[in-house]
Design a protein around this ligand. Structure first.
Ligand code: TXA
Ligand code: MG
Length: 339
């Protein structure tokens, strides 16, 4: 593996980078060649950047676990270009088909019984009888369509650390382990996919994410069962401590102490901001307009910035728990929890 990865620009869903169709085609062809050779490629999805490998190649998948320092019991999500491709690897009942048709391509992962005979390596599913599947939006999907098979891709960060929403985040954490980083600018959604398990009679929310639980429940016509605290076995990746910056983080801050940096939300006015904000080492406001979609998109980038600013502690203001706020608060709680 090269020690400095090649970074190729590709136009993303937000079209922030002016790559042309020809540039995209060349980058995708090179990425496919790396995947076929069993190497790792960092790919831009609409949620966060993923660390991709051919899901049927056990050695390539083992490289993902090694690069991330990820425990082997924590399964990976498989990414397909379509429901048809996904259906070769997971068993879609009527509910699963309805959700896939409503939300794919998009930030929804379905955990389904694994199709017998699927070539996806057992390492990907951590030997479970289920498989996590999603169809991402944007260039990641174009890449999978060109590769013609599913790719396993966890978020492209070291295990337990802050997820990457920009190519440079990947380069900093995993630059020595990937053959190529496809750079499509900032990830549009900014938090990972919502994970729904449909391997039993009741639909379970394993991880809140880029599609609100309310929107999913509305399409299903039933309430989602929420994973209980300590349900770590059914959602192995949902370890209490995760998404963590190196700097300690505290929640629900209403005052800022000396040496602290502030993760703010809402109006930049003295009435809204915590006492002591003026002395903060750095301030990042997730959304001065108080918009939760904007806040989700800015969350991990803000944590990366605050983590690098030299503060002793990151103090986070309270965020409303509705809609995408559920996913933001889930990530912040895990980021604040120390092993
Ligand atoms: O938005 C996303 O989902 C991003 C992008 C790259 O697609 N990916 C991502 O992957 O967040 P990762 O590996 O960081 O998180 C995958 C989660 C873990 O919590 C894992 O336990 C869960 O999905 N998961 C995967 N397969 C599963 C299965 N068969 N049963 C239960 N949980 C599963
Ligand atoms: Mg992750």
């Amino acid at each position: 593996m090269p020690s400095r990865p090649k970074i190729m620009c590709i136009s993303g869903p937000d079209r922030t980078l002016p790559a042309t169709g020809a540039v995209n085609a060349e980058a995708i062809a090179i990425a496919c060649a790396h995947l076929a050779a069993g190497e790792l490629v960092a790919i831009p999805t609409e949620t966060v950047y993923g660390l991709a490998a051919d899901a049927a190649n056990g050695e390539a998948v083992a490289r993902i676990f090694k690069a991330k320092g990820r425990p082997r019991f924590n399964p990976l999500i498989c990414h397909a270009d379509s429901l048809a491709m996904a259906a070769r690897h997971g068993v879609f009942d009527e509910r699963a088909q309805r959700l896939a048709k409503a939300f794919w391509p998009g930030p929804l992962t379905l955990v389904l019984p694994k199709t017998p005979g699927s070539p996806v390596d057992d390492l990907v599913t951590a030997g479970l009888g289920t498989i996590g599947l999603r169809v991402p939006a944007g260039p990641a999907r174009d890449l999978i369509a060109a590769f013609k098979r599913v790719v396993a891709a966890p978020s492209a960060n070291l295990s337990g650390r802050v997820s990457p929403t920009r190519a440079e985040h990947v380069a900093l954490q995993l630059g020595g382990d990937v053959a190529l980083i496809l750079d499509a600018g900032s990830a549009q959604i900014g938090v990972e996919s919502t994970i729904i398990a449909l391997d039993g009679p009741v639909a379970r929310l394993l991880r809140p994410g880029g599609i609100t639980a309310e929107a999913i429940a509305a399409v299903l016509g039933e309430k989602l069962q929420r994973a209980q605290h300590g349900d770590a076995v059914t959602a192995p990746g949902m370890l209490a401590s995760h998404y963590a910056p190196a700097t300690p983080l505290r929640l629900d801050a209403s005052t800022i102490r000396p040496g602290e940096a502030l993760l703010a939300f809402g109006p930049q006015s003295p009435e809204n901001l915590p006492e002591g904000t003026d002395n903060a080492v750095m301030v990042r406001n997730l959304s001065p307009a108080g918009d939760l979609t904007e806040a989700a998109a800015n969350l991990f980038g803000a944590l990366h910035d605050l983590d690098a600013c030299g503060a002793e502690m990151i103090a986070a203001m309270a965020i409303p728990d509705q809609g995408l706020g559920e996913a933001i608060n889930d990530r912040l709680r895990r980021a604040a929890s120390r092993p």
